[in-house]
Design a protein around this ligand. Structure first.
Ligand SMILES: CC(C)(COP(=O)(O)OP(=O)(O)OC[C@H]1O[C@@H](n2cnc3c(N)ncnc32)[C@H](O)[C@@H]1OP(=O)(O)O)[C@@H](O)C(=O)NCCC(=O)NCCS
Length: 331
């Protein structure tokens, strides 16, 4: 069976930077509280006329440029987001149109913070099976559109942010290099622990004034439960994917974890007995961009030369669902 490889990576962070001090003006919070609990100093918010597919478009064009490929060379799109342009259809269709390419398939993946890895695994299987030669995989979010930037929303509004990352997945010309494997998990018992219940078909209608009043259209989060599960499942997923692919965790040159919280990232490094320099952490300047954190961080380490040909790289995520996942790549 053939192997797939990442041919190009790109990312985009919107121009507007929102610091913790800006948030202090809008809600009862402090820079100190935010930094101490999450490690975040600032984040990017999209402009009012930028939807999720607009961010994804810029990241996708940059990934195509890095791969030296034209948009027309894309055979299929997998778009991971939890903040779609519309409820229906998915952002992948908007992106396909904005890229100006033919009627290639566009699949949205809804696995929230694990979305990019779920999307990557789907794209990998299409390429390995010989179904498609080049698949565009995008993780993009405009979380700011749904955040409650008042006191009532402070428990989540200080954490989430906007951004996009994309990769072009293609056929590897070197059997040693490329995507080695994935492990995906979900535990729906915890679906309510990190959720936006409206609009949704648990409600009649989808959404009404009472849902707005009850704040059911805002992200509901049991922060402590999320934290506890993230620090248990993320290291386990890295070990599992390493075992699955027959490599040692100690051989990992870099781990790119989902950027939810510096304390979770540090706990992951500790549990894997890896020095913190080998576990990528950019959350101070990006916040939690949900499905976009991993491809944004990947783009940064590729562009600044931290990732070298032949390096063993693990990607690992945890999020709403609960879902969690890990992927292994020989770069
Ligand atoms: C959310 C999180 C940072 C909260 O940290 P914590 O140490 O658990 O905080 P606690 O719940 O103990 O304390 C919260 C206190 O701070 C207050 N608080 C909440 N948000 C605040 C804010 N933005 N600014 C200041 N105070 C805040 C709460 O009201 C509470 O006050 P109380 O003790 O008077 O009731 C932490 O649980 C966490 O990181 N969880 C994981 C979240 C995550 O990663 N989500 C995305 C996953 S993909």
């Amino acid at each position: 069976m053939r192997r797939s490889r990442i041919l190009g990576v790109g990312s985009y962070l919107p121009e507007r930077v929102v610091t913790n001090h800006d948030l202090e003006q809008w809600m009862d919070t402090t820079d100190e509280w935010i930094q101490q609990r999450s490690g975040i100093r600032e984040r990017h918010f999209a402009a009012a006329d930028q939807a999720t597919s607009d961010l994804g478009l810029i990241a996708a064009r940059r990934a195509l440029e890095a791969a030296d490929l034209a948009p027309e060379s894309i055979d299929f799109i997998v778009f991971a987001t939890s903040t779609s342009d519309y409820l229906v259809p998915g952002s992948g269709c908007f992106l396909q149109h904005k890229l100006g390419i033919g009627p290639v398939g566009a699949l949205d993946v809804r696995a929230q913070c694990s979305g990019f890895l779920y999307a990557l695994s789907v794209a990998d299987l299409y390429v390995r099976a010989g179904e498609y030669d080049r698949v565009l995989v995008v993780g993009a979010e405009v979380q700011s559109a749904g955040l409650d930037l008042s006191d009532a929303g402070r428990d989540t509004a200080v954490l989430f942010a906007d951004g996009a990352g994309a990769v072009v997945l293609g056929v590897s010309d070197d059997p040693e290099r490329g995507l080695l494997g994935h492990r995906l998990h979900a535990d729906g018992r915890f679906a309510d622990a990190l959720a936006i219940p409206a609009p949704g078909t648990v409600n009649r209608p989808f959404i009404g004034p009472e849902h707005l009043e009850q704040r059911r259209h805002r992200l509901q989060m049991d922060g402590r439960l999320v934290f506890k599960n993230a620090v248990e499942t993320m290291p386990a997923a890295v070990r599992e994917v390493a075992d699955h692919c027959g490599v040692l965790v100690s051989d990992l040159a870099l781990v790119i974890p989902h950027q939810a919280n510096t304390r979770i990232i540090d706990a992951l490094a500790g549990a894997l007995h890896l020095p913190t320099e080998r576990v990528v952490n950019n959350i101070a300047y990006t916040g939690n961009t949900t499905a976009a954190t991993i491809p944004i961080a990947l783009d940064q380490v590729v562009r600044d030369g931290r990732l070298k040909t032949g390096d063993l790289l693990a990607l690992v995520a945890f999020g709403s669902g609960f879902t969690w996942a890990a992927s292994l790549i020989r770069w």
